[in-house]
Write a protein that binds this ligand. Structure first.
Ligand code: ADP
Ligand code: AMP
Length: 212
């Protein structure tokens, strides 16, 4: 088969993509929100984009997305990747300020890639990622955090049965993604068991290192 010769939509020399991975409830979203303010990132959460599309009137994917999220499984990659690419294109047009001049940009892509085909597909066709921040803690800690979050999140998947399925999906499909990037020396692993501020200090050090 002929090798693809097309280049990614975004040039990684100008656009910095940092993938943020970790199990459900590891604290990805919490840390991303804090890093946005400190480093001028645009934070794109794959889960948030999917929930938005699920609720968008007239979406041809709404019902399908709902079913996958309820089952704690991975929504087909072409849908998630397209939502991310569209969101990046939109942000590149409208964002300004530090890190966003002369065609430059910096993205924290949270909860993505959750599966090897997404990792390889996105790196090759959308933008080659510079780094993977991997927030790691135990299932017990994640379960407790998610049950606490469930009191206010209104999320259909923050219940014990779906959380167990999400853990399984994460172990079977997402851990191989982390291993893939480990072989490329792109993983910065951070223990996210500690308090938010302590985890944040480690995350800040990692990002400072990336931009130095
Ligand atoms: P994720 O995006 O990885 O699913 P969240 O950032 O939504 O996880 O965090 C899950 C829940 O745990 C949230 O209610 C959040 O407030 C809480 N949380 C996040 N980080 C910590 C932490 N380091 N210590 C205690 N609770 C945390
Ligand atoms: P999250 O908001 O990251 O906890 O994700 C919630 C759910 O959205 C997951 O359990 C999946 O069903 C779906 N999802 C999130 N990210 C992805 C992704 N990268 N690819 C496919 N499905 C995803």
């Amino acid at each position: 088969m002929a090798e693809s010769t097309s280049s990614p939509v975004f040039d990684a020399q100008k656009v910095t993509v940092v993938y943020v991975l970790g199990g459900p409830g590891a604290g990805k979203g919490t840390q991303c929100s804090k890093l946005v303010d400190a480093f001028g990132f645009c934070h794109l959460s794959a889960g948030d984009l999917l929930r938005e599309e699920q609720n968008r009137e007239g979406s041809e994917y709404g019902e399908m997305i709902r079913t996958y999220i309820r089952e704690g499984t991975i929504v087909p990659s072409h849908v998630t990747m397209k939502l991310l690419e569209n969101a990046m294109t939109g942000e590149m047009k409208k964002k300004t300020g530090d890190g966003w001049v002369d065609g430059k940009g910096r993205f924290l892509i949270d909860g993505f890639p959750r599966k090897l085909d997404q990792a390889i597909g996105f790196d090759e066709t959308v933008c080659l990622a510079s780094l993977v921040i991997f927030f790691n803690t135990s299932e017990d800690v994640m379960l407790q955090r998610l049950l606490e979050r469930a009191k206010t999140s209104g999320r259909e998947d923050d219940n014990v049965e779906t959380i167990r399925k999400r853990f399984r999906t994460y172990n079977e499909q997402t851990m191989p993604v982390i291993e893939h990037y480990r072989t490329l020396n792109k993983v910065a692993e951070i223990d996210s068991t500690a308090a938010v501020e302590e985890v944040y200090r480690a995350a800040c050090a990692t990002v400072t290192n990336l931009f130095s």
